[in-house]
Design a protein around this ligand. Sequence first.
Ligand SMILES: [Fe+2]
Length: 157
Amino acid sequence: MNKELSERIEACVAVELIAAEIYLILADTFPAERDFFMDLCQEEQEHADILTIGMGFQRVGDVPDYIVPESFLHIYETFKLARNIKKKLKNEKVSLKDALEMTLQMEDSIAEKHFQDVFNHAESDSYVINKLRTLQSDSTRHADKIKAFMKNKNLLD
Ligand SMILES: [Fe+2]
């Protein structure tokens, strides 16, 4: 694998891990919604694992460049957004509605969206992607889960 692709995958792993941390903070902040946030936390950890395993899959087959977004800068933008959200959640009192809106923003950002675009597709021409997809326990898009949850709680505008 080329060095540049490895760097982008590493950066995406960092994004998935910070997303997991955000959901863990939310699980602690909103005990009544703990299960919902813990599921998302676990799935973000799983995304990080899938990308990490993907890097090790070079022996099995070619890891396609499109496994992660093509621009390192765009990945870093998602990382910065997530870092700001994490900071805000740790330092300020945020309502459940505001917290969910922040997570929606994160799920719609480049690196998070890209992962789901790649791994939620029915079938890929890449053996590695198809294999990695089997490690995913639930492929429902996070943005859809969050919106359904908000609707259920009457928090959607
Ligand atoms: Fe993710």
